[in-house]
Design a protein around this ligand. Structure first.
Ligand code: DON
Length: 318
């Protein structure tokens, strides 16, 4: 793209996200905070940030886009990418690839399906993915590897874990302990439950801003290669498949509605963030802490819906 076309595209994106932010100002604060992790209930519900990182390396942002927040389940995308790099398709013997149609922390299906989680984005699936990351490591090393990986993706050494969020979740993570223990009983966890959960809680407690998240997700918009660092993170085929899983499973029992309204692969977190991928074009990160009934950002989803409509960015057509 010539320089003037690139700058007019940047202008259009910036105008779009500024307008979306203004249009949704009155909605901000709606929804509920994830108070089952007490530390997340302390977050200011009026925060609202949007960042778009384009495949030619520009980052456009609006609102609170440079303020780190708890990425929570968005980390499952990075954990899955790392685990696939370690064990490849063998991962699919331990985790499925189907939407669950159930809540992110549901145990019902897991019992019917003998400890084999439906997909890597529900909590049970992400706990198995984390168990893969622990192989051959002490928990601290596995956590360090995850942090280094995300820093390298975003090309930003300042990204860190918020230890108070990790502790808060550990102290209240009874549901995850149940899921992990149940899978252990079926032989689908190799490591001790408390070690795998420790790494899982720390990964969820990564703190990143919208700008950092959009940059970290950019390899998925660019055929597996980071345009920021030139690093080949995954193959083109693997990037497509991760995007497919984000589309079908990234919002749990709200995934169908997210595809209907936004039309992009996306992954939400109970910290109120969403990472969405526009293949070949950009990665978008939004943050607004108020959640809908499925635990996905209420205003964040609306913002993405408006952005994709106005920019013609749905994967299902302009
Ligand atoms: O395990 C949990 O419940 C949280 N650490 C993550 C859940 C989450 O982010 C669900 N996403 N919307």
């Amino acid at each position: 793209m010539c320089a003037s076309a690139a700058s007019s595209e940047s202008d259009a994106i910036l105008q779009c996200i500024q307008a979306v932010r203004a249009d949704l100002a009155l909605l901000v604060g709606q929804g509920s905070l994830a108070d089952y992790i007490p530390e997340l209930a302390k977050v200011d519900p009026s925060k609202f940030g949007i960042a778009v990182a384009t495949v030619d390396g520009r980052v456009l942002s609006a609102g609170d886009a440079d303020e780190p927040f708890s990425v929570q389940s968005i980390s499952k995308v990075f954990a899955l990418t790392l685990a696939l790099g370690k064990v490849g398709d063998a991962l699919w013997k331990r985790v499925g690839r189907e939407p669950s149609g159930t809540a992110f922390n549901s145990i019902v299906q897991l019992e019917h399906e003998r400890g084999l989680p439906r997909n890597p984005f529900i909590n049970a699936g992400a706990i198995v993915v984390t168990d893969v990351l622990l192989a051959g490591h002490q928990p601290k090393e596995a956590i360090g590897e995850m942090v280094r990986f995300v820093r390298s993706l975003a090309d930003d050494e300042t990204i860190a874990i918020d230890p108070s969020v990790a502790e808060s979740e550990k102290a209240h993570g009874f549901r995850n302990a149940a899921l992990a223990s149940f899978m252990k009983s079926w032989g689908n966890l190799v490591h001790p439950v408390e070690l795998t959960l420790g790494v899982y809680f720390h990964s969820c407690a990564l703190a990143m801003s919208c700008a950092q998240l959009a940059r970290a997700g950019l390899f998925l918009a660019n055929g597996g290669r980071s345009p920021l660092t030139g690093l080949n993170v995954v193959s083109r085929a693997r990037a497509r498949r991760i995007n497919a899983l984000m589309l079908t499973c990234g919002h749990y029992d709200g995934s169908g509605d997210f595809a209907f309204r936004v039309g992009l692969p996306g992954k939400s977190g109970v910290g109120g963030g969403i990472l969405a991928i526009v293949p070949g074009v950009a990665a978008i990160a939004v943050w607004s802490p108020g959640l809908d009934v499925h635990g996905n950002s209420l205003v964040g989803t609306r913002a993405l819906e408006l952005i994709t409509q106005r920019m013609g960015w749905s994967i299902f057509g302009p």
